[in-house]
Design a binder for this molecule. Structure first.
Ligand code: PAF
Length: 286
């Protein structure tokens, strides 16, 4: 594990040379960006990356730039030693865990990536500036690691859309892959923030995946019916405060109206007590 940009670059170069010497003529580097507090969802990204490439780099950085002033930056779970040990069990030693001053030596960045109009919708409406901060750090990680591919979770559906679009728009020669959300047996999407939930909160949180299942079941009848089915599940759970429920075209991330048919993404964000959770699911409409 290293927090130094120069060091991770030279370790990747060493790993590259060793792979060539070991008979892999063109080793592929795959980056898994994380904010740590690794759970089985992250490990699924790592396993995917191990299948995809020859050299896997995991970054662990709780990026201050993507947290709003009233958000949980200070309390965000940090389990670095445990994370490094879990990665070592999978044979991953290229762990880049910079501090905020390694990434932002001047305290603030003068240059930021803009997530554009889509970045102001849904998550971006509730969390202004979040996606600009997220894309800025992902662009920095792309430059630092220079991977052939990078792997992100589908749970953060809007993030995945924006990272793919940034890679395309800014000509990063990097394939961006999405990996299916990992769920607990009861359906709850794994998230580092689930540790904030008490038993009652966790029971309430199950209404998110239940609402997505209801939307999928109602998809045949159209966007409005799918939305109504999801709303009726959420309305039956007093322990949650809904932020948004949206059905979007996965190609544009713009909302779809009744009459739309084809593949759509249903996204939900809600508060359970003080914990904000998001989830999404692909459905077929019409
Ligand atoms: O999804 C996350 O954990 C973060 O948004 C990411 C992609 C590591 C950037 O900080």
């Amino acid at each position: 594990m290293t927090n130094s940009i120069a060091d991770i670059r030279s370790r990747i170069a060493d790993a590259h040379r060793a792979a060539v010497a070991g008979g892999i003529p063109d080793p592929r580097v795959v980056l898994v960006p994380t904010m740590g507090a690794l759970h089985d969802g992250h490990l699924a990204l790592v396993d995917y990356a191990l299948e995809l490439g020859d050299i896997v780099v995991v970054s662990i950085f709780v990026n201050p730039l993507q947290f709003g002033p009233k958000e949980d930056l200070a309390s965000y779970p940090r389990t670095l030693d445990q994370d490094v040990a879990r990665l070592a069990e999978r044979g991953i030693s290229l762990v880049f865990a910079p501090t905020a001053s390694d990434m932002y030596p001047d305290g603030q960045v003068g240059t930021r990536v803009s997530a554009g109009e889509v970045g102001t919708r849904l998550e971006g409406r509730t969390r202004p500036g979040h996606f600009d901060g997220m894309l800025t750090v992902v662009a920095k990680l792309f430059h630092i690691v220079s991977p052939h591919a990078a792997v992100f979770g589908e749970k953060d559906g809007q993030q995945l859309f924006l990272v793919k679009r940034m890679a395309r728009d800014l000509n990063f020669p990097i394939e961006v892959h999405g990996v299916q959300t990992v769920r607990a047996d009861d359906g709850l999407a794994l998230s580092s923030r689930n540790v904030y939930l008490d038993d009652a909160g966790r029971r309430s949180a199950l209404s998110l995946s239940a609402a997505l299942a209801a939307a999928a079941a109602g998809g045949d009848l159209g966007v409005d019916a799918a939305t109504a089915a999801a709303h009726s599940v959420l309305a039956g759970e007093p322990g949650i405060e809904l932020d948004y429920l949206a059905v979007v075209d996965p190609e544009t991330f713009l909302p779809v109206a009744d009459g739309y048919s084809g593949s759509a993404l249903v996204l939900i964000a809600a508060r359970v007590g003080t914990t904000r959770l998001i989830d999404n699911r692909s459905i077929i409409v019409g």
